[in-house]
Design a protein around this ligand. Structure first.
Ligand code: GRF
Length: 221
């Protein structure tokens, strides 16, 4: 019998297009994870409605109701445990998590960031990539550590940067790549095909040699 699917919660703050990509991928019968809960720190996050429309449970934990980050994180933790969550996916979740929370979910919490980490951590990545004049941009799925946008890298996708690019054009090209790699990363982690060793992600399965954790996207150009 195949292993039980991992129970996944997705944490969002807004649009939720990566969340939607994870939900879509999880519909495949052999996908090793199911999205059982979507949590937002903002009641008006558009992603909440699209998750509900798919029959997925949603919850709002408004950070403004908590005096300290620790108590906010404790409430999220309580919620995740009440749903018997195995894995957490951060998908545009705009809150920094406390070291205790991060430690509690170590190697069971992953994040997507719209840059080729460790370049361009933080906000306004697309604008900063354009200003820096890089010729390749991209996105990264990584295990979460306490430092922002830090942690062992699971998959990266690279896309070209064009001379004519605006912030919007570059971010749309990267977003399309995000939607490809996030479901793939969650699959690898949920199926136990990767392991963190010395803060690097190692592939454990036979396909490791042909599937290097890198995706080159032409972004339609
Ligand atoms: C994505 O670009 C993601 O990489 C970043 O925040 C954005 C969220 O977009 N962390 P969405 O809510 O998934 O559409």
């Amino acid at each position: 019998m195949s292993a039980a699917k991992k129970r996944v919660a997705v944490l969002i703050s807004g649009r939720g297009s990566n969340m939607a990509a994870l939900i879509e991928a999880s519909k495949a019968p052999d996908y090793p994870a199911e999205i059982v809960l979507v949590v937002s720190n903002k009641a008006d996050a558009a992603g909440l409605a699209s998750a509900s429309a798919q029959g997925i449970k949603t919850a709002v934990v408004d950070h403004r109701d908590f005096a300290h980050r620790e108590t906010f994180d404790a409430e999220i933790d309580r919620l995740l445990k009440s749903y018997r969550i195995d894995m957490v996916c951060l998908a545009g979740f705009m809150r920094l998590l406390t070291p205790d929370f991060v430690a509690g979910w170590r190697d069971r919490m992953i994040n997507i960031h719209p840059s080729l980490l460790p370049a361009f951590k933080g906000l306004h990545t697309h604008r900063r990539a354009l200003e820096a004049g890089v010729k390749l941009a991209g996105c990264t799925v990584h295990f979460v550590r306490s430092d922002m946008d830090d942690g062992p890298i699971i998959i990266q996708a690279a896309v070209p940067v064009l001379d004519t690019d605006t912030e919007d054009a570059l971010s749309a090209r990267i977003l399309a790549a995000e939607h490809q790699i996030y479901p793939r990363a969650l699959e690898l982690v949920s199926a136990g095909k990767v392991q963190v060793r010395n803060e690097r992600v190692i592939r454990l399965d036979a396909k490791a040699a042909e599937d290097t954790g890198v995706l080159m996207c032409d972004g339609g150009v």
